[in-house]
Design a binder for this molecule. Structure first.
Ligand SMILES: Cc1ncc(COP(=O)(O)O)c(C=O)c1O
Length: 472
């Protein structure tokens, strides 16, 4: 665990702030190899003919990425992009970070797989270093490694049900926890679950989404009713005993929703009163991304019983984990339970090297400083761009909610998609999310520089100016 002492950030309003003058996309210190593979048209045709039609892409004209280095990506024509979305918050320390590549290359040449029924030193080494990143005294020491975030959440639900003997899982509306059957059950939004999905034991509590308060209240006079309502939900819609509560410390897919500071403390206390365990889904918020703290939950002064993680843990490879206390971890011994690839030497080498780079290169501090600087630039933009309704987030997990009218908060969903297209033309990749698809999601690799941040903010500014001019 690393908690960074509050220090003054670079003042965003300083006269020297780069947003005041036009900046160019910083040139990467890397030359991509000439691309010699199949054409984009051939790749599209192959995908359509042989892959699941469930795969989608986000741009009108699909984007093909063939190389990456740190915070930059290249398409097949050699065009460079600033990766503002890190492959959906996955690349933590930089695409193909040399230290990570070197460690994994060594592992690939030595042993790729042997399964956890045999011993291998790296899994223990990684488990130990991961445990050392949890707050002292939290008891969060035992890790179960998986291949994805969904799988980590499945293990958490299973462990909670075994431990408590209860079945109901409480999650938050507007949250996202994965695409497998049980995790889809914990996702309330109908767009993210199939009609056939069975979610009888899932109940959905109210998130702390102050900009669009589901209860129509205003913080702090609301008394954080959204959190307190969890008690009514448990009393009226469950047997009165729950297995677990799962929540993202900041909702990612839901549009970078940052709850009021007391929110999680209130919810955790209620859930524990009714016999449940608390799971922090750190798939997007962990590994220093929120800047001030290594884990998202630390921002809210709570200690979860289980922490699930993926994405940033592996800097771009399929790797997830569920970490918990020994008394809960032992539930996985209740039956023979086996995971062929969870904890394989390649993933462990990549996870270990990634965590070592996070520590050695001050990645969390960079997320705090550059994230704070970028947030300042985005807040400045709010003063001149009426489409911006809200700027929120922490560290390098930022969201910009676009609305057509600041009073009615009518979501500017098509405009948000347009910003993504215009940003792409300017060499910046952004994400979008939220219930209405009207939140720009900015979650770059955490090696982002202030020059990159200035270019990113300028790009959003230009895109919004063009959209505003067109709609006048
Ligand atoms: C908060 C959160 N939890 C869980 C998941 C599922 O992870 P995966 O796609 O690796 O299964 C995601 C994926 O976006 C996520 O954002």
């Amino acid at each position: 665990m690393t908690t960074i002492d509050p220090r003054p950030l670079v003042p965003a309003h300083s006269p020297a702030a780069p947003a005041a003058r036009r900046v160019s996309l910083p040139m990467a210190n890397h030359r991509p190899r000439p691309y010699t593979g199949p054409s984009k048209a051939e790749v599209v045709a192959t995908r359509e003919q042989y892959l699941s039609p469930g795969l989608f892409h986000i741009y009108k004209e699909p984007l093909m990425i063939v190389e990456g280095n740190m915070q930059y990506l290249w398409d097949e024509t050699g065009k460079q992009y600033l990766d503002g979305f890190a492959g959906i918050v996955t690349v933590s320390v930089g695409h193909c970070h040399p230290r990570v590549v070197e460690r994994v290359q060594r592992q690939v040449e030595t042993l790729t797989h042997a399964t956890t029924i045999y011993l291998h030193p790296t899994i223990g080494e990684f488990g130990k270093l991961l445990a050392e990143h949890f707050p002292a005294g939290s008891g969060l020491t035992q890790s179960y490694f998986t291949n994805s975030g969904s799988e980590a959440n499945e293990v958490a639900f299973l462990s909670a049900r075994e431990f408590t003997g209860n079945v109901d899982i409480i999650s938050l509306r507007n949250g996202y926890h994965g695409g497998t059957s049980a995790t889809m059950g914990a996702v309330a939004h109908s767009s993210w679950k199939f009609k056939s999905n069975v979610s009888a034991n899932n109940k959905y509590a109210t998130p702390g989404y102050c900009y669009r308060c589901p209860l129509g209240l205003t913080y702090p006079s609301c008394g954080v009713k959204c959190a307190r309502d969890t008690e009514e939900l448990i009393r009226y819609e469950t047997s009165g005993q729950v297995a677990a509560f799962i929540g993202e410390p900041i909702q990612g897919v839901g549009g970078v929703v940052v709850p009021p500071p007391e929110y999680f403390k209130i919810v955790y206390d209620i859930v524990r009163k009714y016999g449940g365990l608390c799971i922090a889904d750190e798939v997007q918020t962990g590994f220093g991304r929120t800047g001030d703290h290594f884990w998202g939950f630390e921002n809210w002064g709570v200690t979860p019983d289980m922490v699930t993680m993926a994405k940033g843990i592996g800097n771009g490879i399929p790797l997830g984990a569920m970490t918990t206390r020994p008394d809960i971890a032992k539930m996985m011994k209740n039956r023979i339970h086996f995971n062929t690839f969870g904890g394989n030497p390649i993933s462990m080498a990549q996870g270990l090297a990634t965590l070592q780079v996070i520590d050695a290169e001050g990645i969390q501090r960079n997320a705090r400083e550059v994230g704070g600087y970028l947030k300042g630039l985005l807040m400045e933009l709010m003063e001149k761009q009426p489409l911006i309704g809200d700027v929120r987030g922490m560290g390098l997990m930022l969201g910009v909610e676009l609305v057509r009218d600041r009073q009615t908060k009518e979501p500017a969903s098509t405009e948000t998609a347009e910003v993504l297209e215009l940003a792409r033309e300017r060499g910046v990749l952004l994400g979008k999310g939220g219930l209405y698809g009207n939140v720009l999601r900015i979650k770059p690799p955490m090696c982002l520089t202030k020059e990159d941040a200035a270019y990113l903010a300028q790009t959003i500014d230009e895109a919004l100016t063009m959209i505003a001019a067109r709609t006048k």
